[in-house]
Design a protein. Structure first.
Length: 102
């Protein structure tokens, strides 16, 4: 399985109402230094909505690009799912996915 395929497999597991960081997805996909590569994979995600790329955010909680409508749409989607925000950033203390492997 390629790194990108692993990224999509891990990302499919992020539950509604939670987010994961690019770094978290990179680590769970087997390459902890590949957060930027995760971003590239999310940008090209051919499996929306099965792979919920809108649930992947930066390590600071900042919303970064969303090719299916921009960060405003990404924020609206996350809010509808119950993700908590402080200003324009996701409150990672309350909404970050706590999977077994991270």
């Amino acid at each position: 399985m390629s790194f990108v395929d692993k990224v999509y497999e891990v990302s499919k597991q992020i539950p509604k109402g939670s987010v994961a960081t690019y770094a978290q997805i990179a680590a769970l996909s087997g390459n902890p230094k590949a957060a930027r590569a995760v971003g590239m994979a999310m940008r090209k995600n051919p499996h929306m909505p099965i792979v919920p790329c809108h649930r992947v955010v930066s390590s600071s909680g900042e919303l970064t690009g969303y090719s299916a409508g921009g960060v405003g749409v990404k924020k609206e989607m996350l809010l509808k799912e119950g993700v908590k925000f402080v200003g324009d950033k996701v409150d990672l203390a309350k909404s970050q996915w706590r999977n077994v492997a991270s």
